[in-house]
Ligand binder design. Sequence first.
Ligand SMILES: Cc1cc2nc3c(=O)[nH]c(=O)nc-3n(C[C@H](O)[C@H](O)[C@H](O)COP(=O)(O)O)c2cc1C
Length: 191
Amino acid sequence: MNALVLNCCPVRAGATAFISETVASRLGAHFSVRSLCIDDYQICFCRGCRMCHATAECALDDGVRELMREFEQADIIVCVSPSYWADIPAQFKAFIDRCTPWCDTHEPHAKIPSGKLGYTVALRTGGAEAECLRIISSIEHFYGHLGIKPNGSLVMTRIASREDAEKRLDEQNDFCDKIIRDGIAKASAAD
Ligand SMILES: Cc1cc2nc3c(=O)[nH]c(=O)nc-3n(C[C@H](O)[C@H](O)[C@H](O)COP(=O)(O)O)c2cc1C
């Protein structure tokens, strides 16, 4: 099984990065893991031209194609997203908008292989869970239109720093263990 862990914000040493590293490391004991940061990729904004509705391809050629190849290879996808103004970071939103060629609401559309399991971690500094649930909803909406099955999520409120995330390792490990169980069950069902 191949797993992809995506840090959906540009901060490479903060709380989101720590959680991404934890997930990648724990999953790495069982699966082949790629750990990436959205900021590794140059992603232009969608121009809303709808050319992809007719051709299933985007006119722009940038890091989106490279990142989508990573999605294609993965059986398990874990997106780790902080709240930026109660929503996903702009870099990740730009990526999702540019995935419109793969969106199943128009024909023709591009396709990634089916059967992938999608997981989400949403974190924020504030205390109300609703803001994290909104982020999870956005990411699961994205998964759904790409044919990725939303299969679990973790809400982490009151995380303002890497140190805060370091103190909450148990929650992260429990979440990882669920992903590992799901992945092992899926692999044995496919045998
Ligand atoms: C531009 C920006 C906007 C943010 N907006 C919110 C917000 O609306 N609500 C919230 O609870 N936290 C907000 N935060 C805090 C992050 O969600 C929080 O620090 C999270 O732990 C990400 O940490 P990291 O940058 O260390 O990965 C914001 C942070 C930034 C940089």
